[in-house]
Design a protein around this ligand. Structure first.
Ligand code: NAD
Ligand code: 2HG
Length: 527
């Protein structure tokens, strides 16, 4: 088996490359490529490990013809076009906790540096000026810290601030009152936070809701003398308005680790008294970089080698223990989806995926993804289990998952039912022996078959002589039959024949088969 190939395209702790190799991947480390250089090579890779410098745009994704997973060694994924990656079937993962403590500590460091103007005092002292009377600081004890965003990092900042004897008020629409109590913070609305905070620190992602959350208008509502820290994302604070308010003295100090445009090589804020900045260093500690590098490599290798999914932003998680158990189900589910896709005519607007027995004990989402991938492969070549649910949603297909506790005839069963213009059509399959997928029912007829390679599906009247006729026809056309499966509803009623053949069946042979006595339908299939 060829090893999956991974490209590390940003500066990353060497532990990442080591882990990839130990876990069975080939790895190339090429930080600092231009977008054109990346575009030229990305087609070779199954995985792309990045930090924030690599921009994974549509253009790059279009060239990434083998790419299966993008791993962000860090939290923010605003440098990845996730919707487009999803539509291309590429899993996007991040490492949501590896650098949280480090970033929270950076926010606190900046807060303290602002309170005591440490950078300017340091510069002037080292110039030999001994500016003792130029720097009058403020205590943080007893002051109110306004936290915008109380997720992983915000919560850690809150605990550190409480340790510094600050009062913490938090604005976060997703913060429950119970969690606020647990964190020891007061949940408030944004207006209240702006009016009450002596220090404000931001810890939200950059979204349509948070963009410019500290706008000119909102900055105007802050308490005179407020000090502001942004260690989250550029674009949360209106930088031009901040400059004016720093100049007017309304804002007593501001510290930015992140900028609207990065790298920020030029900014009107540079040189403003009481303005401090760092070049997006929030996550830059040895500990955090080792954490995120190890974690991203473990997650990506696990996905590429075993199919395990952890911390994916566009796919449900799947543990390394569950992945091998699900593997045979993926093949079964994809085949069942493909079978209904090939047999059901007309618009598919509803699909239900039922699991019973052992299948009901496993996670349903991957099985659903595989059924949808099989089904939609009839309509699109680039579909896989990652993008299939998105494509189904886009097409307005109503997808239902049903889990039965009941014991059925089979120890495990997956049934796929589609609602078509001609009524509901359902196929079902099980796993035999060591996990061999097997079809056990097709549109209400019990039949046992391996769905593999080229096949021919025939519905005919159950009457003597038919098997001989079809065998003769295929033989006369030089088509060898591999396996032969029969099923019927009632004796003398409708019968179903599923043949595996050694080559695709030409159209004229299909026509001849349709013309045989007693034939109701003939459909060549491919798996
Ligand atoms: N400077 C750095 O180097 C650095 C390092 C790590 C993380 N970050 C950034 O820090 C930010 C926070 O990271 P995290 O791990 O705490 O994320 P998180 O997802 O754990 O927390 C984000 C919080 O923001 C809240 N939120 C979302 N929309 C909001 C809104 N409109 N108003 C108020 N709150 C809102 C969410 O409810 C959530 O609690 C991210 O943008 C991340 O990219 C920066
Ligand atoms: O990789 C970095 O240095 C920055 C990471 C940070 O912005 C993040 O969102 O995790």
């Amino acid at each position: 088996m060829t090893k999956p190939k991974v490209l590390i395209s940003d500066k990353m702790d060497p532990n990442a490359a080591r882990i990839f190799e130990e876990r069975g991947c080939e790895v190339d480390v090429k930080p600092g490529m231009t977008p054109d250089e990346l575009k030229a090579v990305i087609g070779e890779y199954d995985g792309l490990a990045i930090r924030s410098a690599t921009k994974v745009t549509r253009d790059i994704l279009d060239a990434a013809t083998n790419l299966k997973v993008i791993g962000r060694a860090g939290i923010g994924v605003d440098n990845v076009d996730i919707p487009y990656a999803s539509s291309k079937g590429v899993v996007v993962m991040n490492t949501p906790f590896g650098n949280s403590i480090t970033t929270a500590e950076h926010a606190i460091a900046l807060l303290m540096a602002l309170a005591r103007q440490i950078p300017a005092a340091d510069t002037q002292t080292q110039r030999g000026e001994w500016p003792k009377s130029a720097f009058m600081g403020v205590e943080v004890t007893g002051k109110t810290l306004g936290l915008i965003g109380a997720g992983n990092i915000g919560s850690i900042v809150a605990s550190r601030a409480l340790g510094l004897k600050m009062k913490v008020v938090a604005f976060d629409p997703f913060l429950t009152p119970e969690r606020a109590i647990e964190l020891g913070v007061e949940k408030v609305d944004l207006e209240t936070l702006l009016a009450r905070a002596d220090f404000i620190t931001l810890h939200t992602p950059l979204t349509d809701q948070t963009r410019n959350i500290l706008s000119r208008e909102n900055l105007g509502k802050t308490k005179p003398g407020v000090r502001i820290v942004n260690c989250a994302r550029g674009g949360l604070v209106d930088e031009a308005a901040l400059k004016e308010l720093l100049d007017s003295g309304h804002v007593a100090g501001a510290a930015l680790d992140v900028f609207q445009t990065e790298p920020a090589k030029d900014s009107p804020l540079f040189g403003t008294p009481n303005f401090i900045c760092t070049p997006h260093l929030g996550a830059s500690t040895t500990e955090a970089q080792v954490n995120v590098a190890l974690q991203v490599a473990e997650q990506m290798a696990d996905y590429l080698v075993n199919g395990g999914v952890t911390n994916a932003l566009n796919m449900p998680s799947l543990s390394a223990e569950e992945a091998p158990k699900l593997k045979p189900y993926m093949a079964l589910a994809e085949n069942l989806g493909s079978l209904v896709g090939q047999l059901a005519h007309g618009n598919l607007d509803k699909i239900s995926i039922e699991r019973e027995g052992h299948a009901a004990e496993l996670s349903g989402k991957p099985i659903t993804g595989a059924v949808l991938a099989g089904l939609m492969r009839e309509y699109s070549d680039s579909v896989n289990m990652v993008n299939a649910p998105f494509l189904a949603k886009e097409r307005g297909i109503d997808v239902r998952e049903v889990r039965h506790d009941r014991e059925g005839v089979y120890h495990t069963l997956v049934r796929v039912t589609v609602a078509t213009e001609a009524g509901d059509r359902s196929v079902a399959g099980t796993l035999f022996g060591a996990g061999a997928p097997r079809l056990v029912e097709i549109f209400g007829v019990a039949i046992e078959a391996d769905l593999k390679g080229n096949m021919l599906y025939i519905v005919n009247e159950d009457a003597p002589g038919f098997i001989g006729r079809i065998g003769t026809l295929l033989g006369q056309n030089g088509i060898n039959i591999g396996t032969f499966h029969l099923g019927r509803r009632d004796a003398g009623g409708e019968a179903v024949l599923l043949l595996s053949v050694d080559q695709p069946i030409p159209d004229d042979v299909v026509k001849q088969a349709c013309a045989l006595e007693g034939v109701r339908m003939v459909k060549p299939l491919a798996f």
